[in-house]
Design a protein around this ligand. Structure first.
Ligand code: PDD
Length: 280
């Protein structure tokens, strides 16, 4: 079964999608994106992802000639065509094709692409055992709330983590923990779930918000505020959230065990609550 591609309103096999070298996404990273996954074949939190896509496009002055209803139909159609048990949908909008010039082009339609591939979840054993992370300086720009396709600092951070034998890099800006290179971060102390507040230095994760609402509904106190590096290192529990990783325990930071060195009780509870919600 071929992976599904989509270019400017037309579905085709993924390998048939061709983009000009003068696409501004390719030359400037001038675009925005989303990653959505399905559970039971149904796109998870699609409205929230599409809202964020619109917010990101608006924030970079990119006019999307498409509304959420059309996006919604395209994503569902792509999932139907792919026919996989579970899909990972990537959508990207760039400022279109124009001869290279930093200034916005006039009368140039955006390039809209989508890919639908089979979603392969993380190894359940890894999710149960937890992952190792490193910390490093957050070298990204000042608008990390925009889901921009400019991911070079994230790429470099994740690569460095991988070379250090770690799953993720936790980014630290001026002593304050922001998020992971591809995930949001939460800690547990004294029975409270604590996570950096939304703002320009983190992505407003769809999973982050979903997990916080599960915590609140489950009577777990939530604090959205700054976390400094010292508090991270002394946390009783640490976990990551994200579309592809769900709720993922962290058991070592920079080679030092988190708490007992095993996934924490509250983390496991939140992971279980999450699993209950997505069960078909
Ligand atoms: N990334 N923070 C960053 C920097 C991210 O790239 C992501 C997700 C998240 C989690 O957001 P959400 O819960 O909405 O997936 C947080 C996607 C999956 C990616 O780039 O592949």
């Amino acid at each position: 079964m071929p992976d599904i591609g989509f270019l400017n309103g037309e579905f085709m096999p993924l390998s048939h999608v061709k983009i000009s070298i003068e696409d501004r996404g390719f030359q400037f990273g001038d675009g925005v994106y989303e990653v959505v996954r399905t559970y039971g074949g149904v796109p998870f939190q699609l409205d929230a992802h599409l809202e964020r896509l619109e917010r990101s496009a608006h924030a970079i002055g990119l006019d999307m000639p498409v509304n959420s209803t059309e996006w919604d139909e395209w994503v569902r159609e792509g999932v139907k065509r792919a026919g996989y048990p579970e899909c990972k949908v990537y959508v990207q909008v760039t400022r279109g094709v124009a001869s290279r010039d930093h200034l916005f082009p006039h009368n140039t339609p955006p390039t809209i692409v989508m890919s639908v591939r089979e979603m392969r979840s993380l190894d359940p054993a890894l999710c149960r055992a937890g992952v190792v992370v490193i910390t490093m300086e957050d070298l990204r720009w000042g608008r990390c709330d925009i889901k921009s396709i400019n991911l070079l600092p994230n790429v470099l951070a994740r690569q460095r983590a991988s070379e250090a034998g770690a799953f993720e890099a936790i980014l630290v800006r001026d002593g304050t923990v922001t998020e992971g290179a591809v995930s949001n971060l939460m800690i547990v102390n004294g029975g409270h779930v604590i996570t950096p507040q939304e703002g320009m230095h983190i992505l407003s994760g769809v999973t982050r918000r979903f997990v916080l609402s599960l915590a609140r509904k489950g009577g777990i106190p939530v604090e959205e505020r700054n976390i400094d590096l010292r508090e991270l290192r002394q946390a009783e529990e640490v976990f990551l959230t994200g579309t592809t990783i769900e709720v993922l325990p962290v058991v070592r930071i920079d080679n030092v065990p988190v708490g007992s060195g095993q996934p924490g009780l509250l983390t496991k509870r939140l992971r279980a609550l999450f699993q209950e919600q997505i069960a078909p």
